[in-house]
Design a binder for this molecule. Sequence first.
Ligand code: PBE
Length: 304
Amino acid sequence: MVKSRLIGITLAFSISLLLIGCGNGEEMQENDNAGVETANISETVDYEIIGIEPGAGAMGLSETALEEYDSLAGWELVEGSTAGMLTELDKAISNEEPIIVVGWNPHYMFASHDLKYLEDPKGTFGEEENINTITRMGLEEDMPGANEILDRFYWEVEDMESVMLEAQDMPMEEAASNWVEANRDKVNEWTEGVEPDDEKDIELVLTPWDSERASGEVMKLVLEEQGYQVELTPVDPAIVFQAIANGEADASLAPWLPVTHGPFYEEYKEDIVDLGPNLEGTIIGLTVPEYVDIESIEDLQPNE
Ligand code: PBE
């Protein structure tokens, strides 16, 4: 799904390059199906990018983009919350106004709205990423069974999205439970033949976004079925790594790597165990509604 979206984005981008190649600046300004001249989009959004929680990796990347792109000189990244960003996005879309937000996949915002990522020619937001499973040092020796289940845990973007989407209408826990019931074959692959440990308490740290709440609740159910008592603790990305490195928590399914949480990974990598990806194909980028008539971060204009 994400891949086909990417192809769509790439196609749209190539077509726009063709159009830009054939035309000139004036023609671009006439091409204004948002009711706002292309040249004025930056001014209309007040040179602001609507961000999310300040601790998010995506916010760090957006700050870097503000520094790296001449087109974003003098722009502001507005800190807030994911819920606040989604409200702003809804509002702008119902008024067909331009807006630029910090966006990502997997997330239902792409299912409920027609959105596109702005091209990122400098690669500040990285390519498609993975979500990895990490554990504290010594978990494998202390709880080989739980460690094995965590190590085997792997699912697809579509799986995570289906839980996230269902959780729009019910508690995340219930959506996770429905997914587990409907995907017994996958769950069995993670647990088959695993010897339960004597030690039964396990603490998973996660970040507070729906994507990680989804994986966290699924793993909680899977481990509980094997007799474990599971505590889920939502914290900032920096604290996820710190807690695992200190041994305060046992494992996490939440790190987005190599770029989004790369700085935390670099800081703590000697003191954690990386079990590799539990999901592949996440994306982060500056995001606009389809009707906003720009395709690249470089189409924006500095605030001078
Ligand atoms: N996110 C969702 C998080 C990780 C999961 C992309 C908003 C972040 O930026 O840290």
